[in-house]
Design a protein around this ligand. Structure first.
Ligand SMILES: Nc1ncnc2c1ncn2[C@@H]1O[C@H](COP(=O)(O)OP(=O)(O)O)[C@@H](O)[C@H]1O
Ligand SMILES: [Mg+2]
Length: 309
């Protein structure tokens, strides 16, 4: 859906994006992560056909960003990092205005506006002035706007920045819904953990260069971090721990004084079902079993260590 080949943008002496090679497939949710000034906005603007590359090429939905911009604009929904809000407009007026700009007319327009309001959970706010909405609602309204023409690809530049934790969660839930609808999404953020739950692929950019691009699973593996399983059993936790220690799939195991077991699995371990099987057979009913994801920030630091000075 999105492919770039040595995509480069320079501003005078500054190389904002250097030889970027990205591949994003249909249905991917690609997290584009990097600190401020890394080149995220510049990249997204080039893909949205609002900025011409200095060198290199890119296609979106099979169309070239140079020369086929109109075909791309019909197929993408671009949400800028900062979008002007039309303060003295009502929510439905705002959406109708943009729907009209997309040449959606008559009863179809009303229906689409209602549909996107429903999707973004803003139905009850239809008659309200935009200035009276919370930041989170304004952000959802921004997303509603880019969904009007039912784009295949969404380019979202830091949609969660500046939001309070609750609003962040609301935006994330909405993005999950869009993912489930099969949209291809490129979403940027300077906070890695914000994207982990949402994305199947990530790219890490720093000073205009892509340091890593691939699946989230691979990045975890590359950083050598494995999943932690936490267990509580009925009976003697220490004895249960000893039983588990005999398994060839377990890398490390710890039992604390309360009898809680923490273990990590070997890379080639099967799904964790074997643990419950082993324990139940051994006469230790499980009362609690949780999986803890490795700390993403830590993974991030490890992956970028030595590359970023
Ligand atoms: N219009 C511009 N003119 C000159 N330099 C710019 C311009 N836009 C961005 N830059 C510079 O390009 C680099 C990348 O910026 P940007 O793409 O906005 O990064 P990000 O979105 O990751 O924060 C930064 O060093 C920034 O200062
Ligand atoms: Mg930016």
């Amino acid at each position: 859906m999105i492919e770039t080949h040595n995509l480069t943008k320079t501003y005078k002496n500054l190389v904002a994006v250097r030889n970027l090679n990205l591949q994003i497939d249909k249905g991917d949710v690609y997290g584009f992560i990097g600190p401020n000034g890394a080149g995220k906005t510049t990249t997204i603007k080039m893909l949205a056909t609002l900025l011409k590359p200095t060198r290199g090429t890119a296609t979106v939905c099979g169309f070239n960003i140079v020369g086929q911009s109109m075909a791309i604009r019909h197929r993408i929904g671009y949400m800028p990092d900062f979008f002007g809000v039309y303060d003295d407009m009502r929510v439905h007026e705002y959406l109708e205005f943009f729907a009209a700009a997309y040449r959606i007319r008559g009863p179809a327009r009303k229906k689409i506006v209602d549909d996107v309001l429903e999707l973004t959970d803003l139905r009850g706010k239809k008659q309200q002035l935009i200035q009276g909405l919370s930041r989170g609602m304004q952000q959802r309204l921004g997303l509603a706007r880019v969904l009007l023409h039912d784009p295949e690809v969404l380019l979202l530049d830091e949609p969660a920045s500046g939001l309070d934790p609750r609003a962040r969660i609301e935006v994330r839930e909405l993005l999950k819904e869009l993912r489930n609808m099969g949209k291809t999404i490129l979403i940027s953020s300077h906070i890695l953990s914000e994207l982990a739950e949402l994305c199947n692929k990530i790219g890490i950019i720093e000073k205009g260069e892509l340091l890593y691009s691939g699946s989230l699973e691979d990045v975890m593996k590359e950083a050598g971090s494995s999943e932690v399983v936490i267990l509580g059993v009925q009976g003697d936790g220490k004895a249960a721990g000893e039983l588990l220690r005999s398994s060839p799939h377990i890398e490390t195991i710890d039992v604390d004084e309360k009898g809680e077991i923490r273990l990590t699995l070997k890379e080639d371990a099967p799904t964790i079902g074997f643990i419950s099987e082993l324990l139940v057979k051994g006469g230790f009913p499980i009362v609690r079993m949780e999986q803890e994801q490795p700390d993403l920030e830590e993974v991030f630091m490890r992956v970028t260590k030595g590359i970023v000075s």
